[in-house]
Design a protein around this ligand. Structure first.
Ligand SMILES: [Zn+2]
Ligand SMILES: [Zn+2]
Length: 261
């Protein structure tokens, strides 16, 4: 029979709540492993951030939260196999992003650890003593197919963010955004020369006034940021402002949140 072929080769995807075509069976998948807020039942929230990135050239662990026990609890709950992690990226030298690193390296030291260039020597030594390779990052760099780092951005604390090239556009994942979330977004756009689909992670705006946050939101609009998910250290009141401004384009965050692109 002529006409539209039946969707027999489409699989129901419980996360996207839609059918995924045969050619899109391996989308980029991101799972929030550690956050200040709970999204999925059974996971625990604590101050910190961590996110797993799959479906790119390599499986990447971005940041490791604050408390090892909480990270490991969520990893168990979410059926994550740490042995599959092939690269680890640490955004910046704060305990709520580095806290779980050494427990992760006990289970898997084969993944090189990408650290901002200015990390203290003692930290580098500690990673090397855990038998993992350290890769210092200064300039923007491609670390595997479809994953780039912004390079170290200067701020009250120097920091790097991850940029993932997806079929929908760029997805930028931030740790605390100490160099400023707008600077990070600008850098990501410069590095990649592509539109930004989604920015999520900690935006660090707790001490910013409503007007200052609204100004940042309008900068996001100017930069063409289509969707956003503000979490971790953004601040409760500030998160509400992003939610209100972005409406249906606001992406709910929290531990156990799975996003696919
Ligand atoms: Zn943080
Ligand atoms: Zn921080």
């Amino acid at each position: 029979m002529a006409g539209v072929p039946a969707n027999k080769d489409l699989e129901y995807d419980p996360v996207l709540k839609t059918r995924v075509g045969a050619g899109e069976k391996n989308p980029v998948k991101m799972t929030v492993l550690y956050d200040n807020y709970v999204f999925a039942e059974g996971t625990k929230a604590e101050w910190g951030f961590s996110c797993l990135i799959e479906g790119t050239g390599k499986t990447i662990l971005f940041d490791t939260g604050g408390e090892s026990e909480v990270l490991m609890h969520n990893i168990d709950q979410l059926n994550v196999n740490l042995e599959k992690v092939e690269q680890i990226v640490i955004s910046h030298n704060h305990w709520d992003h580095t806290g779980g690193l050494f427990s992760v390296l006990e289970k898997n030291h084969n993944a090189p650890v990408f650290l901002p260039y200015s990390f203290p020597y003692e930290f580098v030594r500690k990673v090397e003593n855990a038998l993992a390779e350290v890769v210092p990052v200064n300039e923007p760099v491609e670390i595997c197919k479809n994953v780039f780092l912004t390079g170290e951005l200067k701020g009250p604390v120097n920091e790097q963010s991850v940029i993932v090239n997806t079929s929908k556009g760029l997805v930028v994942v931030t740790g605390c955004s100490h160099p400023g979330i707008v600077n990070i977004v600008k850098r990501a756009k410069e590095v990649m020369g592509r539109e930004i689909y989604l920015v999520f992670g900690g935006f660090h705006l707790m001490r910013h006034s409503d007007d200052e946050v609204k100004d940042i939101i309008s900068r996001f609009r100017e930069l063409g940021v289509k969707k956003c998910g503000a979490t971790h250290c953004t601040g409760d009141k500030q998160i509400e402002l992003f939610k209100k401004a972005y409406g249906k384009d606001y992406v709910e965050m929290g531990t156990g949140r799975v996003l696919e692109f």
